[in-house]
Design a protein around this ligand. Structure first.
Ligand code: ATP
Ligand code: MN
Length: 464
């Protein structure tokens, strides 16, 4: 018999019909006459109640139906007399597809997230992680839908790269060399001639540079792929392996870029509100009571736009008025998450786009302002998260870009192709990078980025 997903079953009003449901047991309550089994198949946060009559089923079979076991149930779909669900299944046949060993790690309710991280292979079966990963999927879908509908092309940039000048973070090296017998030259430098690519290669920290090649040919592209940073930052907002979305658009200046970022992110949040209502309601109840309010707020309000210099003035005033930050703040410093969150959560009480950062703390490819001191960078700062997007208008002038590269002594020998965009029909263009997990963090209200990717990679952890 064809299986009905629980999500579809709970919406059905075909009472009296015979259905087949399959899933994992969340709980079983047994009375003398009947057992009530809460079954979940992952299609929705909701369980369906299976009613098993003790007169129909062998007590030995019922005993094996424990939390975590997997069942296939055929029975009659009836209106549920109890509160909560409208539908339940009066079991006629129960097949145990898989019993569950006693040491099932998700047995108890209310386990800590730390505990669940050490059992990340099984935490997927919990309500919270089910909700998080259904929302994650929906956001990924919304992202593709948004860009497709706005005429952007999904552009695949390489994961293995030979350019090491992006400066976005420490890179993971890629090699097939035997590390015990590394070939070195007379000066003791590693000889890469025998290595797979014949030169040093790494995992990408950003697809942007190749994205610019796409944008200056196809007009508007976006990437959506894995990104790797070996930065040793053990924070609730950094992963060593994360997914990034990077739109890059020809003929966009920084204002177009900000408009896009704001519209895009609002679209994603709205999509989640419309398509993940059950999961969001659950998270709002269990994880963060102000989640829904925050999501609606972001969708309904304009983001504040101001310059880095103005932002620093506000932060300096806060310090003068007695606000304590862990890290010092003055013109020229990179903002720490606490500073970003002060601007967003305490000062403006809405998302903020900061622009025109000092050139020293931003990447070489950003367009220089007239003042010669700041660049046309933009960071989108969000409540709870801090930086969710980093982007800029790109320097389109060959001479200015080359001068900046020389000034910073960036090794450009493998980057001639990037400079070629500025030699062959250069154009103004802009783009940004959105950290997918930071978006998922924001939308789910989860506190730690390790809990919004199925199998997180962070310093000293690469399990599962
Ligand atoms: P941060 O200052 O928070 O470390 P960044 O300035 O290094 O971030 P960018 O290079 O601008 O980040 O990358 C673009 C986006 O990618 C960021 O706005 C953020 O959303 C996301 N991101 C960056 N590093 C990480 C990371 N280690 N883990 C998860 N997301 C990240
Ligand atoms: Mn950034």
């Amino acid at each position: 018999m064809k299986r009905t997903k629980i999500n579809d079953l709970l919406k059905s009003t075909d009472f009296g019909s015979t259905v087949c449901v399959k899933g994992w047991v969340r709980t079983r309550r047994s009375g003398k006459a009947v057992s009530f089994i809460a079954l979940n198949d992952g299609s929705t946060i909701k369980n369906v109640q299976i009613v098993a009559d003790a007169a129909v089923f062998d007590s030995e079979l019922l005993k094996q139906i424990t939390t975590g076991s997997c069942l296939s149930v055929i029975g009659k779909m009836v209106e549920s007399p109890g509160s909560g669900q409208s539908v339940e299944v009066q079991a006629e046949q129960i097949e145990i597809l898989g019993t569950c060993a006693e040491d099932y790690p998700m047995q108890k309710k209310g386990q800590s997230f730390e505990y669940m991280r050490t059992h990340a292979h099984m935490r997927l079966r919990t309500n919270t992680f089910g909700a998080v990963f259904r929302i994650r999927h929906n956001l990924a879908y919304a992202i593709h839908k948004y860009f497709h509908e706005h005429g952007f092309f999904y552009f695949h940039t390489p994961i293995i790269t030979a350019s090491d000048c992006e400066g976005a973070g420490q890179m993971f090296q890629v090699t097939t060399q035997n590390l015990y017998t590394l070939k070195k030259d007379e000066e003791g430098k590693i000889d890469y001639s025998d290595d797979f690519f014949g030169k040093p290669t790494s995992l990408t920290v950003s697809g942007q540079l190749e994205g610019e090649l796409g944008a200056t040919a196809l007009g508007a592209i976006y990437t959506f792929g894995p990104t790797f940073r070996a930065e040793n930052s053990n924070t609730p907002r950094h992963l060593a392996e994360f997914w990034m979305i990077e739109p890059e658009i020809a003929f966009y200046d920084i204002h177009d870029n900000m408009d896009l970022a704001e519209d895009f992110i609002k679209y994603c949040v709205k999509w989640a509100l419309e398509h993940c209502a059950d999961d969001l309601e659950f998270l709002n109840k269990m994880i963060d009571k102000s989640l829904l309010e925050r999501l609606h707020f972001v969708v309904e309000h304009d983001f504040v736009r101001l310059t880095y210099t103005e932002g620093i003035q506000i932060l300096e005033e806060a310090v003068a008025n007695g606000h304590k930050f862990e890290f010092p703040v003055h013109w020229g410093t990179d903002l720490a998450s606490e500073h970003e969150r002060y601007l967003v959560e305490e000062h403006f009480k809405r998302p903020v786009i900061l622009t025109d950062y000092p050139k020293e703390i931003k990447a070489f490819y950003m367009k220089m302002n007239e003042d010669g001191k700041t660049v046309r960078a933009m960071d989108v700062l969000f409540p709870q998260i801090g930086e969710i997007i980093g982007g800029s208008e790109r320097e389109e002038s060959y001479d200015k870009l080359k001068a900046r590269i020389d000034e910073l002594q960036i090794p450009m020998k493998d980057m001639w192709w990037y400079l070629d965009t500025r030699r062959f029909g250069t154009c103004p263009h802009s783009g940004f990078g959105l950290g997918f997990e930071r978006l998922v963090l924001f939308v789910t209200g989860m506190q730690n980025i390790r809990d919004v990717i199925p199998f997180p990679r962070t310093p000293k952890t690469a399990d599962f």
